[in-house]
Design a protein around this ligand. Structure first.
Ligand SMILES: *Cc1c(COP(=O)(O)O)cnc(C)c1O
Length: 362
C-alpha cells in the first residue's frame, strides 16, 4: 500500500489510524451488524455517536456552556446566507473584512439581505496580507462583524494582533481551514463555523458554534433548514444529519485527544509550518509572498516567479508522492496545505524535496 502525502486544500488527509478504525468497523459497527452509513440516525446505536461527537467537540475545543454546537450540511458556503438570515435582524447592517475569496463571497451574499459594508480589503495586493483596520472604520450599530480567520487560498490568517476588537458587536468567524488546529477562545466570538473537510472529517458536515443569546431572532423568510435556533432545538436532527461524517468527526476528535488535545496539535502545527517557512526564507529560488506577520499555519503559499518552473515543480513533486501542491487558480504558484492530519514527516520530506529541486534548478 503506497499512501501519498496529500497537500490538498480540501478535502484533505485524515489520520491513518482513523481511516483504519473506520475500515475495521465498516461491516459491523459495535456488534450491530451494519455500518454507520446504513443506520437510522434515530436508532439507539447511532445516538451515542452524534451525542458523543457533540460532547467531545465541546470538550476538545473548550466550548463554553452558553454556546450551542450544530452539525449541519451545505458546507461553509451555505452559511454565507444563513448568517445574515439568522443575525442581520436589527439594524440590518454588518461589517466584513475582505481578506480573500471566501470572505468576499460571504460579503456578497450578505449584500442580498442588508447593508454589508466592506470595512477594508487587501485585494489590490492579491490578499497577501490582512488589511489594516481599526474601530473608527467599523459600523457602531452593526448586527455583527464578519471575518474569515484563515484564508485558505492566499495563505494568510488573523492573529491576536490583527483580530478586530468589535466591543459589543458579535464577531463571526469562518474557521473552515483552521478549525481545531490550535486552542481558541470561543467566548470571544458570537459564532465560529466551518466545513469539516479541511481538518475534521470528510465533506458533508458543517459545524456551527453559536452563542445562545444570539438565537431566536432569525428573519421571517429564513428557510427552516437554515434556522440555527430550530437546528439547536432539534439537536441537529431536524432532518437526517450527515451521519457518516459525524462519526468520522468523532473518531478524529478521539485522535486529537489521544495525542494530547489542541495544545499538542498546535505544537505539531507550529513545527510543521516552521519547517516550510524557514526553508522558504532561506531559499533563493522560492518566494513566499505573504507578509510574515500574517502567514497561515495551515496553507503555505509559495512560487518560483517562473510559471514554467512552477509547473515542473508541481509535476516532479507529484511524481515523488507529494500531491496537490498546485496553488488555487486565482493565486497561481504552489500551496502546501498542512492540516492536522499531515504528519511532520510529510512536511520534512517536502522541504527536503524542495531543497533538492532548488539545487537542480536554482
Ligand atoms: C473551503 C472553504 C470554504 C468553502 O467551504 P465549502 O464547504 O466548500 O462550502 C469557505 N471558507 C473557507 C475559509 C474555506 O477554506
Amino acid at each position: 500500500m503506497a499512501r501519498v502525502y496529500n497537500f490538498s486544500a480540501g478535502p484533505s488527509m485524515l489520520p491513518e489510524s482513523v481511516l483504519q478504525q473506520a475500515a475495521e468497523e465498516i461491516m459491523d459497527y459495535h456488534g450491530s451488524g451494519q455500518s454507520v452509513m446504513e443506520m437510522s440516525h434515530r436508532s439507539k446505536v447511532y445516538e451515542p455517536i452524534i451525542y458523543g461527537a457533540l460532547d467531545l467537540f465541546r470538550k476538545v475545543l473548550n466550548v463554553p456552556d452558553n454556546y450551542k454546537i450544530l452539525f449541519l450540511q451545505g458546507g461553509a458556503s451555505t452559511q454565507f446566507a444563513a448568517i445574515p438570515l439568522n443575525f442581520m435582524n436589527g439594524s440590518r447592517k454588518a461589517d466584513y473584512l475582505l481578506t480573500g475569496q471566501f470572505a468576499t463571497k460571504a460579503w456578497q451574499e450578505a449584500g442580498k439581505y442588508g447593508e454589508a459594508k466592506a470595512v477594508a480589503s487587501s485585494k489590490a495586493d492579491t490578499y497577501t496580507h490582512i488589511p489594516d483596520h481599526d474601530p473608527s472604520m467599523y459600523t457602531p450599530d452593526a448586527d455583527y462583524f464578519y471575518i474569515c480567520m484563515n484564508n485558505t487560498i492566499y495563505g494568510t490568517r488573523f492573529t491576536e494582533e490583527t483580530l478586530p476588537k468589535t466591543g459589543n458587536v458579535p464577531l463571526i468567524a469562518d474557521v473552515s481551514s483552521c478549525f481545531l488546529s490550535e486552542p481558541m477562545d470561543v467566548s470571544g466570538y458570537g459564532v465560529v463555523y466551518g466545513g469539516a473537510q479541511k481538518n475534521i472529517a470528510p465533506a458533508g458536515l458543517t459545524v456551527v458554534i453559536v452563542r445562545e443569546d444570539l438565537l431566536g431572532n432569525a428573519r421571517p423568510e429564513t428557510p427552516t433548514m437554515l434556522n440555527y435556533a430550530i437546528m439547536a432545538e432539534k439537536d441537529s436532527m431536524y432532518n437526517t444529519p450527515p451521519c457518516w461524517s459525524i462519526y468520522m468527526c468523532k473518531l478524529v476528535l478521539e485522535w486529537i485527544e489521544s495525542i494530547g488535545g489542541l495544545e499538542a496539535m498546535q505544537a505539531r502545527n507550529v513545527k510543521k509550518a516552521g519547517i516550510l517557512y524557514d526553508f522558504l526564507d532561506k531559499s533563493k529560488l522560492f518566494i513566499a509572498p505573504v507578509l510574515p506577520r500574517d502567514r497561515s499555519m495551515m496553507n503555505v503559499v509559495f512560487r518560483t516567479g517562473d510559471e514554467a518552473l512552477d509547473k515542473k515543480f508541481i509535476a516532479e513533486a507529484a511524481e515523488a508522492g507529494f500531491v496537490n501542491l498546485k496553488g488555487h487558480r486565482t493565486a497561481g504558484g504552489m500551496r502546501a496545505s498542512i492540516y492536522n492530519a499531515m504528519p511532520i514527516e510529510g512536511v520534512e520530506k517536502l522541504a527536503q524535496f524542495m531543497e533538492d529541486f532548488e539545487k537542480k534548478n536554482g
